[in-house]
Ligand binder design. Structure first.
Ligand code: HEM
Ligand SMILES: *[C@@H]1O[C@H](CO)[C@@H](O)[C@H](O)[C@H]1NC(C)=O
Length: 427
């Protein structure tokens, strides 16, 4: 075989994928030096089962650091590592069941994890878990191809005092809102030389091969892709939150205010209809997010939100029936009051539900405060304007004419909602 300069250049450029003998994994940005690394022996890759090796490295000051296979907590095979109090570490196999604490998996299908040489707590308090898993190609919640080119992984970490326990079932405190990552690994680039602990070479300190050890937290070209899927999930969740909050705390109250303010039913109806459509968009995005994280309909926010949004469906009907009746009988009917009060109650419930959503997402306080202030100010405007409108109507109707009037028909003929000044020409 002739070795050309091109082939030398190509193998130099492609590096690991040709000579591939290094584990692969990221040091997620914002994780304060936490690094993950995964290695797959050729025998396991070809059989698509058998040992895989992984490493979790934590600087001092971490209560626990976890790695898992899967796209989200729900259904993931999770490996939680923490110090054991004797200079070594404990690795606990757990099952992800949504965004709640994963519990120690003691079933027969639990990940079979063995701690390897090189694990332990260093003198500076940093620690390393070198682990072999003999059955990580499948678990009760899913499976992973050991030769997958974009195998999904998750990671999470929690700063705090060392857990220092050998108890695999110890209760761990929840990670912060941003203290987790999702990434995919091209496992064909994580191939190690043989079925043995790959973390005893000098490379272990770089946190993985392929130059990812710098902890840049960005992937690309080296078999590691950070946040793929995760980032689109974050976008979906953010869109759900922004549209939902806008609809409940701003658009619906303003649309309601337009009715007494302008007195044109069709302006109100059109405005609320747009809000109504946006509400369903927010609902769809919310359902998608909840599915992704496995919390569909099992949290206060997702349950109340679903109920409130379904109840909103009757509002346009009530509004329309009210309108038809008004045109006929020239005064409010029971349906009118139902539409008005049902609408008000639902808007308030919707605003409360937005607050529950922010709580569920573990959102930063500044955002919670901003949301509360905006919702509060808009509702205050609504009730103040209503108050003035009522006062205005009292005054003007006692004066006999004018003031704040409704134009139900929208073609310029006014009527007084207090019925003292019905307009016969109202069609
Ligand atoms: C989800 C959609 C809707 C919501 C949340 C909603 C909400 C409200 C609220 C809170 C009020 C009371 C306003 C006030 O304090 O004066 C109101 C009044 C009214 N709405 Fe709607 N509305 C919706 C859709 C509609 C539609 C589609 C129509 C018409 C076809 C309509 C017709 C009216 C009318 C005519 C009034 C005035 C009733 C009166 O003061 O006698 N609404 N709406
Ligand atoms: C931690 O435990 C593993 C597995 O028993 C062992 O190989 C390793 O040497 C231990 N580390 C220390 C620092 O004792």
């Amino acid at each position: 075989m002739k070795i050309t300069s091109q082939s030398v250049l190509a193998s130099a450029l492609l590096g690991t994928s040709l000579v591939s003998a290094d584990p692969l994994g990221p040091c997620p940005s914002g994780a304060g030096g936490v690094c993950y690394s995964v290695g797959v022996p050729p025998s396991s890759a070809s059989a698509n089962s058998g040992n895989i090796y992984f490493q979790i490295k934590a600087p001092s000051g971490f209560s626990w650091v976890a790695l898992g296979t899967g796209r989200s907590m729900s259904g993931a095979n999770i490996f939680v590592a923490y110090t054991d109090g004797n200079g070594n570490v404990t690795v606990s196999p757990r099952q992800g069941r949504g965004e709640v604490q994963p519990q120690w998996d003691q079933s027969s299908t639990a990940a079979d994890l063995t701690l390897l040489a090189g694990s332990g707590v260093a003198s500076d308090g940093s620690w390393t878990a070198n682990v072999v898993c003999s059955n990580c190609q499948s678990w009760s919640g899913g499976s992973m191809s050991l030769r997958g080119t974009s195998a999904p992984w998750i990671g999470a970490w929690r700063k705090g005092s060392a857990l220092a326990t050998t108890n695999k079932g110890v209760s761990i405190t929840q990670h912060g809102g941003g203290d987790h990552t999702q990434f995919t690994l091209d496992l064909t680039q994580a191939t190690i030389a043989s079925d043995s602990n790959p973390f005893l070479t000098s490379r272990e300190t770089t946190g993985g091969g392929s130059g990812s050890g710098s902890g840049a937290g960005s992937g690309g070209g080296n078999g590691i892709t950070i946040g793929e899927g995760g980032s689109s999930r974050a976008t979906i969740l953010a869109a759900h939150g922004i549209i939902g909050a806008l609809v409940m705390a701003v658009l619906y109250p303003l649309g309601s205010l337009l009715m007494p303010l302008l007195g044109r039913w069709w302006v109100h109806a059109a405005w609320q209809f747009v809000s109504f459509c946006l509400m369903w968009v927010a609902f769809g995005l919310g359902v998608q997010s909840a599915k992704d994280s496995g919390i569909l309909f099992d949290q206060a926010h997702t349950i109340l939100g679903t109920v409130v949004i379904c109840l909103f469906a009757v509002q346009p009907v009530l509004g329309f029936v009210h309108h038809r009746q008004y045109v006929k009988i020239q005064r409010r009917s029971a349906v009118s009051h139902a539409h008005i009060w049902f609408g008000r109650v639902l808007i308030v419930l919707g605003i409360v539900n937005g607050g529950l959503g922010l709580q569920l997402a573990d959102e930063r306080n500044s955002l919670v405060i901003a949301y509360s202030v905006v919702a509060g100010v808009v509702m205050l405007c609504y009730f103040l304007a209503k108050g003035f409108a009522v006062l205005g109507n009292k005054r003007t109707s006692s004066a006999g004419f004018g003031g704040r009037t409704y134009k139900e028909a929208g073609h310029g003929h006014s009527y007084d909602p207090s019925r003292r000044q019905g307009d016969n020409r109202y069609a």
